[in-house]
Design a protein around this ligand. Structure first.
Ligand code: 2AM
Length: 172
C-alpha cells in the first residue's frame, strides 16, 4: 500500500486552478485530474499495516498547527520527472510545521523518506517533454488549509486514484 501525507486546496481553489490551466496554458497530454490536486507534505511509499498504526498514533498525539492560508503563485517545471507544477513564493509556517510532523511520523515508523529537499508543490501535469511557455496570466490562488490527510495511492487502468484514509482537522 503506497501512502503519502498531503493537504488539499478547497474545492473553489481547485476549480479556479483547473480553469486557469485550461485557459492560459497549452493543452497537456497528461494533465492531473482536478480531483487529484494536492500538496504532499511527506511521501511515505509502501507502508505495512502495523507501521500505519504507529504513524497515525504519532499524529494523534501531536499539537497540529492552526488552519492557515496558502497562496499558489509560482510556476515550476522539473525536467527529470517531467512534471509541471504550482508552488508558493512564501511557504506558510503552518505547512512547514506539517512537513516536520509528518516526516517525523514516517521516521518513527522506520520508513525511508525521500532524500530530496522538500519543495511544496501541486503537480498540474506529468510526462511533459518540455517546459510549457509561461502562462499569459500569472497564477495567484489562495486557499484556506484546514485539514491534514493521509492518502493511499492506487494505480489502475483508468489512472491513479488517491483515497483519503485518515484525516486530522487543524485546531483553531
Ligand atoms: P509529485 O506530484 O511531484 O509526483 C503521490 O504520489 C504524491 O507523492 C505526489 O504528490 C507525488 O509527487 C509524491 N511523490 C511520489 N513519489 C515521491 C517521491 N519519491 N518523493 C517525494 N514525493 C513523491
Amino acid at each position: 500500500m503506497r501512502y503519502f501525507f498531503a493537504i488539499e486546496p478547497n474545492a473553489q481553489a481547485k476549480l479556479n486552478i483547473d480553469h486557469w490551466r485550461n485557459q492560459y496554458l497549452p493543452a497537456f497530454d497528461h494533465p492531473v485530474p482536478v480531483g487529484n490536486f494536492h500538496i504532499t507534505t511527506a511521501f511515505l511509499g509502501e507502508v505495512e499495516q502495523d507501521k500505519l498504526e504507529v504513524i497515525c498514533e504519532h499524529i494523534d498525539k501531536q499539537h497540529l498547527p492552526a488552519p492557515f492560508s496558502l497562496t499558489l503563485d509560482q510556476q515550476g517545471y522539473w525536467s527529470k520527472p517531467k512534471v509541471y507544477w504550482l508552488g508558493c513564493q512564501n511557504v506558510p509556517k503552518g505547512l512547514l510545521d506539517l512537513v516536520k510532523l509528518t516526516e517525523k511520523a514516517g521516521k518513527i515508523a522506520k520508513i525511508n523518506l525521500p532524500k530530496r529537499p522538500y519543495i511544496a508543490h501541486l503537480t498540474l501535469a506529468r510526462k511533459c517533454a518540455f517546459e510549457p511557455a509561461s502562462a499569459l496570466l500569472a497564477p495567484e490562488f489562495t486557499t484556506p488549509i484546514t485539514e491534514l490527510g493521509l492518502y493511499e495511492s492506487i494505480s489502475g487502468k483508468s489512472g491513479v486514484k488517491y483515497l483519503k484514509r485518515f484525516s486530522w482537522t487543524l485546531p483553531n
